[in-house]
Design a protein around this ligand. Structure first.
Ligand code: UDP
Length: 402
């Protein structure tokens, strides 16, 4: 069977791949463990799904572990997540205990003693570090926009962050005042998996059909977890403005992440708000091919986030040559060059106006889509991501002294 790296040989020079093997050689047979809190739902799981495989293809013995937890634990970690994004609610002492106790339990059955490096993703497993006798470098990979963090949460988390050997964030402005090395890695997509591979028209039509999405008028979509920071209600309000001038259909597709207990609540809120508008399809499913089909068939993809660590959904849509209208927040401006690969917007009216502009000017939309695809090819594909990791891991894993 073709490996992911074999597939890459179709789109990059052999030299590039050869060099990647060369620079990875010192890591061959070293063992790395990534730990996060969900195997599906959200950008972190999406990245790790392929990154773990491709690291093994290079010869780095890489494992992927997930921490388990009670509903109360995930409610607490969602609160941590929300406050790191700026919400101002303090964790109670009880919640702190739930957080720590759950991580302590996970440390009992996640054996990392013989591993050469541990990479912890996001805040959910962050405090694991204090329950081990540390024998190797630990890196915290934070995927969240922490430029507006709520200080009491940060103060609590700093107790654990200080024990790490380094931190990786997605953008310069997410770096913190800390006495630790901090690195930047931009996320990426795998262009060959089911979410991003080419689909033909018959496959697209059949997927739309399976999910009862009529293709009788232009489709615009937002594809995101049902989360208030993704502003689904704002998208629906923008759609209502758009509809007054241009007949089209809105599809909101969202999956439920294992570690996000707020999803169903927001999903139900949206259903109540929309009632039975025949031109709005609200779908919840875990289906990468459907995501792929929608990102391809949409005339415009919207990602009207109010906070966004990076926004892989933007990368994915741009890769398909679809222009994206995105909130001017977090990692979205790294990907949308305003007026070139899409538009950045700051409110509902702007969002509606920009979508209308692209719906009414299909040539402009096509041109932006093409530029977007090239931009993703140059900056946000998985081999570049892998190379970034290899460079950082080499600093830590070779000759590490306790
Ligand atoms: N996603 C999905 N199905 C959905 C909605 C989202 O598979 O119904 C995926 C999406 O394609 C992307 C990831 O979830 O790969 C979301 O990553 P992003 O960085 O955009 O946001 P996050 O959820 O991590 O905040």
């Amino acid at each position: 069977m073709e490996t992911i790296i074999d597939q890459y040989e179709k789109i990059v020079d052999y030299e590039y791949i050869h060099n990647l093997y060369e620079i990875s050689k010192p890591l061959c047979h070293k063992s790395i463990v990534h730990i996060n809190s969900t195997i599906y739902g959200g950008g972190v799981a999406e990245i790790l799904n392929d990154l773990i495989i491709i690291m093994n293809e290079l010869g780095i013995k890489t494992e992927w572990h997930q921490i388990k937890g009670s509903i109360e634990f995930f409610q607490t970690t969602k609160k941590l997540h929300n406050t790191l994004q700026g919400e101002e609610t303090e964790l109670t002492d009880h919640e702190k205990r739930v957080y720590l106790d759950n991580n302590r339990k996970n440390s009992i059955y996640n054996h990392v003693e013989d591993t050469d490096c541990v990479i912890i993703h996001d805040p959910q497993p962050l405090s694991l570090i204090q329950f081990y006798e540390k024998r190797q470098p630990w890196i915290w990979r934070c995927h969240i926009d922490i430029s507006n963090k709520f200080n009491p949460t940060w103060k609590f988390l700093k107790n654990f962050i200080h024990r790490y050997d380094g931190i990786v964030v997605s953008m310069e402005k997410y770096k913190q005042k800390l006495n630790l090395p901090q690195y930047i890695i931009n996320p990426s997509i795998n262009p060959f998996n089911n979410k991003n591979r080419m689909l033909n028209q018959t496959e697209i039509e059949s997927l739309l059909n399976d999910f009862n999405i009529p293709n009788n008028k232009p489709i615009i979509s937002q594809i995101s977890r049902f989360d208030k920071w993704k502003d689904p209600l704002g998208v629906i309000r923008a759609f209502k403005i758009i509809k007054k001038e241009f007949d089209c259909r809105l599809v909101l597709l969202g999956n439920m992440a294992q570690d996000d207990p707020e999803g169903f609540e927001i999903y139900n809120k949206i259903l109540q708000y929309v009632k039975d508008d025949p031109d709005i399809n609200i779908i919840t499913a875990e289906n990468s091919l459907l995501v792929n089909a929608l990102q391809r068939v949409s005339k415009v993809v919207i990602q009207k986030s109010l906070r966004e660590g990076f926004g892989l959904t933007v990368t994915e849509a741009l890769w398909k040559g679809t222009p994206v209208i995105g909130g001017d927040v977090g990692g979205i401006p790294l990907q949308i060059i305003d007026g070139e690969t899409g538009y950045l917007v700051n409110n509902i009216e702007e969002c509606a106006n920009r979508v209308l502009k692209l719906l009414k000017n299909p040539n402009l939309a096509e041109d932006m889509g093409k530029k977007g695809k090239e931009y993703v090819k140059e900056h946000f594909l998985m081999l570049r991501h892998l190379e970034d990791y290899v460079k950082i891991l080499k600093k830590y894993v070779i000759n590490y002294k306790i």
